[in-house]
Design a protein around this ligand. Structure first.
Ligand SMILES: [Fe+2]
Ligand SMILES: [Fe+2]
Length: 358
């Protein structure tokens, strides 16, 4: 018998189709870019490496990986209450992030087809991978009697415009952080199989190799465009993107620590490990990385977490709107201040570390 009392309520667009989560500054973003500029890019300085990566994409190692096996064929109603809510949220956020990659890469593949065939094919093959990832996650949502209408999502979401070089920084980091997130969960559950309460995590090992290859592609593209890495502006932007990616993940995950606890992970430890690894990885291509070992780094992020908790409780109170806004303003300002201070923590110059981190 289904115990409806233990099932969290989700708002539905149609029966079984979940209304997408409200967009906030912390939800996965959809991107668009200057396709003309991308098509004109000269990739010859690193064409050989890009062609080698294209061969890897063509090999399609995960062609037969994303197939649901019999372990999925059971009722998941025993995952209930708050855990169920957090699970569905995790699947939705992951699916949205994967799908956002799919849309961007697919469009790039289409628009670059006749003008920059090597890049175009790389993008098309990466969109193939992201479609598999998003589809697999959406199918997993249907185990919880919900799914996302991806066509609706395509039309209803706002798209953020980024110049090509910002697309490279942002997608490079999101692919590499994706790699470290998936592999860390996979390894943890390999050591603690009792915590593997749902079969999707078993797929993360090969899955994260897709993300790693995608990251390597953006690494190679940035090397083909040395001005994305060499000057003082590049250093400032790399710091900016590292900080935004790390801060967004940390604030999101700590707020959802219950999800990580349900698979036996401490959200703070998990995030710190993923950030340390992604930061080190970024040091292979970025001219600077962040000093994440400085205690101030996490102290300031923790202040933002406390501010966000207060913001949520103000939102949930029944004060009139103008009073809410007045109460929220200093917290917003304090968050902005923490992020500015974080940005100005002295970074680590990678060129000085040659041979160590690299
Ligand atoms: Fe993916
Ligand atoms: Fe990817």
């Amino acid at each position: 018998m289904v115990n409806t009392l233990n099932k969290p309520e989700f708002e539905e667009l149609r029966p079984g189709i979940k209304i997408p989560a409200k967009e906030t500054i912390l939800t996965p973003r959809f991107y668009t870019t200057d396709f003309e500029a991308m098509a004109k890019m000269d990739i010859s300085p690193n064409e050989e490496e890009l062609r080698a990566i294209l061969e890897e994409f063509r090999a399609d190692y995960n062609r037969h990986h994303f197939i649901r096996d019999e372990e999925f064929n059971q009722s998941w109603d025993h995952i209930d209450g708050e855990t169920r809510r957090l699970f569905v949220e995790f699947l939705e956020r992951s699916c949205t992030a994967e799908f956002s990659g799919f849309l961007l890469y697919k469009e790039l593949g289409r628009r670059l087809k006749d003008k920059s065939p090597v890049l175009a094919e790389c993008f098309t093959l990466m969109s193939r991978d992201e479609a598999r990832h998003a589809g697999f996650l959406n199918k997993a949502m249907s185990d919880f009697h919900l799914s996302l209408d991806l066509g609706f999502l395509t039309k209803s979401r706002k798209y953020t415009f980024f110049k090509p070089k910002f697309i490279f920084y942002a997608t490079y980091l999101s692919e590499k952080i994706g790699y470290w997130r998936y592999i860390t969960i996979y390894r943890h559950l390999q050591q603690h199989p009792a915590n593997r309460i749902y079969p999707i995590f078993r797929f993360f090992e090969n899955w994260c190799q897709d993300e790693n290859r995608h990251g390597d592609f953006f690494d190679a593209i940035m090397r083909a465009q040395p001005d994305t890495l060499n000057d003082w502006r590049a250093k400032l932007w790399c710091r900016f993107f590292l900080l935004s990616v790390f801060a967004t993940m940390y604030l999101n995950d700590i707020q959802r620590s219950g999800f990580y606890a349900s698979i036996g992970l401490d959200a703070r430890e998990y995030d710190k490990y993923v950030i340390e690894k992604t930061n080190d990885t970024a040091g292979r291509v970025f001219p600077v990385i962040l000093d994440v070992e400085k205690p101030e780094f996490y102290e300031r992020l923790e202040t933002c977490i406390q501010n966000n908790e207060k913001l949520r409780s103000i939102d949930n109170s029944n004060r009139p709107q103008p009073l809410k806004l007045l109460a929220k303003l200093p917290l917003y300002l304090n968050n902005a201040w923490q992020l500015v201070k974080l940005y100005f923590i002295k970074p680590i110059q990678v060129d000085k570390l040659a041979g160590t981190v690299r």
